[in-house]
Design a binder for this molecule. Structure first.
Ligand SMILES: NC(=O)c1ccc[n+]([C@@H]2O[C@H](COP(=O)([O-])OP(=O)(O)OC[C@H]3O[C@@H](n4cnc5c(N)ncnc54)[C@H](OP(=O)(O)O)[C@@H]3O)[C@@H](O)[C@H]2O)c1
Length: 278
């Protein structure tokens, strides 16, 4: 029986690369989810596997039910859920305040939990199956200006560990992928790619896609991308004072990158629409 994988945030970056990588697997059918319908339609048409899509804002109240209904009607089963859609609006807490934390949590954490809740019955019915949550190295190490983003990804990492333990007996594996700097529309990392001294830190989306396949199809528990970013997480645990001081000073400034969500917010009329790139 065919495997059915649903990828959120499939219209660009890591999600699109994951869809392309999954389409090279045997007996695979795909469900693509994001807001930009024309991107999803074009990608679905370009992939050589059965592919449907749902254009949805994952923060909408009815999005999880709409997506679950689509998957049940069009495919009847689900063997892999890749919770990948996400964004980061950079702001220090004194400037962005609770409003920035709330919108970041709504997309990067709440929407993931809500979609997973809606699809878990089908994932259990279709077991062996898997969920892959795309967090970030920022789920282990927080930098100035990214507190809201780190809060959402720390939450996602913690929740993923608990869900793994709870769902193992139901045949639903839960994997976690923690990318470092990956060059995408949402995270272009111009500041790092512009300088020879930092260019090596930036990887391409297909590397994250391979880690997602390792977690989703081959049972990996957790993958940093690139793998050596795990050292940053280890350093944060073993030397919290040193790492905190380094990130408070020069290292924090060097690693500060602007995002696609920032650019969309700056371009939006009176700043009322935080991330409308449609
Ligand atoms: N690139 C990095 O350096 C990096 C590092 C660590 C973690 N990550 C994580 O990797 C994931 C993918 O990011 P990316 O780098 O591939 O960025 P990206 O190219 O901007 O992709 C983000 C995806 O999320 C979708 N999305 C955003 N808001 C949405 C919403 N409200 N409803 C539905 N879909 C939404 C976007 O599609 P639409 O705009 O069409 O809706 C897009 O397909 C994110 O969770 C991010 O936090 C990225």
């Amino acid at each position: 029986m065919a495997s059915v994988a649903l990828i959120t945030g499939a219209s660009s970056g890591i999600g699109e690369a994951t869809a392309r990588a999954l389409a090279r697997e045997r007996d695979m059918a795909l469900v693509l989810v994001a807001r930009r319908e024309e991107r999803l339609s074009a990608l679905a048409g370009a992939l050589a596997v059965p592919c449907t899509y749902v254009a949805a804002d994952l923060t909408d109240a009815d999005a999880p039910a709409r997506i679950a209904e689509h998957v049940a009607r069009e495919h009847g089963r689900l063997t892999l859920l890749v919770n990948n859609a996400g964004a980061s609006w950079r702001a220090r807490f004194a400037d962005g305040g609770y409003a920035n934390v709330r919108r970041t949590m709504e997309l990067n954490f709440d929407a993931v939990v809500r979609l997973t809740e809606a699809l878990l019955p089908l994932l259990r019915e279709s077991a062996p199956s898997a969920i892959v949550n795309v967090a970030s190295t920022a789920a282990r190490v927080a930098r100035p200006g990214t507190g809201a983003y780190s809060a959402s990804k720390f939450a996602l990492a913690g929740w993923s560990d608990a869900l793994y333990a709870e769902e193992a007996s139901h045949g639903v594996h839960v994997g976690l992928v923690l990318p470092g700097f990956i060059r995408t529309e949402g995270f272009p990392a111009h500041e790092l790619t512009a300088r020879a001294a930092t260019r090596w830190m930036v990887a391409e989306p297909h590397t994250a896609a391979q880690a997602i396949l390792d977690a989703g199809l081959r049972g990996s528990a957790e993958r940093y991308v690139p793998r050596h970013y795990a050292l940053a997480a280890l350093a944060r645990i073993l030397m919290p004072g040193i790492v905190r001081r380094a990130l408070r000073g020069g290292a924090g400034d060097v690693l500060m990158t602007s995002t696609g969500a920032d650019a969309a917010y700056a371009a939006s009329p009176n700043g009322s629409e935080p991330d409308d790139r449609a």
